[in-house]
Design a protein. Structure first.
Length: 317
């Protein structure tokens, strides 16, 4: 969908209110994580994909389910396992004896929201089945290309790679995710509410969609019109340059990472009710967008710490 220059100004009050209600609904289901929920909406409105990484039992799948239920889009879930095949995700061509030709039977990737649950429990060959879908919104089987529905969003969850039975995602696939979230343990009040409240699955099943496909496409068009000044673009470029020379970083951020950061910052500003990007937006998003794209030296420490160090080393003009 192409965005007209007036797209941002033409956002109706009803649509703005629907976005607020949608965030509030997800926050009511995923307690105590308002920043992470906002980042999930950033991925949605930025036409990106989201990787949720943390220990088992901290709400990764709950966040994915809550977001999907709130969007009112066609939804599929794939549980990634060690015996999952690429054809189990994208589909397969089957020979029809009556027509004497192969017919394509689509897989679960032909949804508007795909939950790839525990993606790193499948071997790399199966993980790579999503590469074309995430980058091009299409899949190619037996030389024929099949377009995916729009909007298309992949929400992947993964356990830390030091747990048994996991395969690290290759760098090329990590780069396809706009941002990576880490939920962490809930605070005391949120955990008490979770323990005393109803089953999250039952609550999600009772939720009503707050947005639809047309709403998401309209919001994405509006995001593209959020203004980023030349000074802000120079700030992003300085962050990219610093990442390529920072101690402990073997491979820094690519221009594609900078484009992703700017796109996410525009969505973040829109969610906060602004039509222009501030350095604060870039700073809030730098670690979620950049950390998983950095290739660190073996003894350099954790990638999020490196991302924060890079951010702190670049002044704002």
């Amino acid at each position: 969908m192409s965005a007209s220059p007036a797209s941002l100004a033409m956002l109706t009050d009803d649509l703005r209110e629907s976005v607020k209600r949608a965030q509030a609904q997800v926050n009511a289901l995923v307690l105590g994580k308002p920043h992470e929920v906002r980042l999930a909406f950033v991925a949605l409105l930025s036409d990106g994909h989201m990787l949720i990484e943390d220990l088992p039992g901290l709400g990764k799948t709950t966040l994915a389910h809550a977001l999907a239920a709130t969007l009112g889009l066609a939804f599929q879930r794939v549980q990634f396992t060690s015996d999952l095949l690429p054809s189990d995700i994208i589909g397969v061509s089957v020979f029809d004896a009556q027509t004497r030709r192969f017919e394509f039977h689509s897989g679960p990737v032909f949804a508007q929201v795909l939950l790839a649950d525990e993606i790193n429990r499948a071997p790399p060959r199966t993980q790579s089945a999503l590469l074309e879908a995430m980058a091009e919104h299409q899949v190619t089987v037996d030389g024929l290309t099949h377009a995916l529905p729009e909007p298309f969003l992949v929400i992947a969850t993964q356990n830390p790679v030091d747990l048994a039975g996991t395969y690290p995602l290759p760098d090329s696939q990590l780069d396809r995710f706009l941002l990576r979230l880490n939920l962490g343990y809930p605070d005391e009040d949120a955990e008490r509410a979770l323990l005393a409240g109803g089953d999250r699955r039952d609550l999600i099943a009772q939720t009503q969609p707050m947005l639809g496909a047309d709403d998401v496409l309209q919001l994405r068009a509006a995001v593209a019109q959020v203004h980023a000044s030349e000074a802000l673009v120079r700030y992003v470029q300085a962050l990219l340059a610093r990442s390529r020379h920072h101690p402990g970083v073997r491979v820094g951020l690519s221009p594609r990472a900078g484009i992703a950061l700017l796109r996410a910052a525009r969505a973040y500003a829109l969610l906060l009710g602004r039509n222009h990007v501030l350095p604060d937006d870039v700073q809030a998003l730098f670690a979620p967008v950049a950390a998983h794209r950095l290739v660190a030296d073996a003894d350099a420490g954790e990638d999020r710490a490196l991302a924060k160090a890079i951010l702190h080393s670049v002044p704002v003009d």
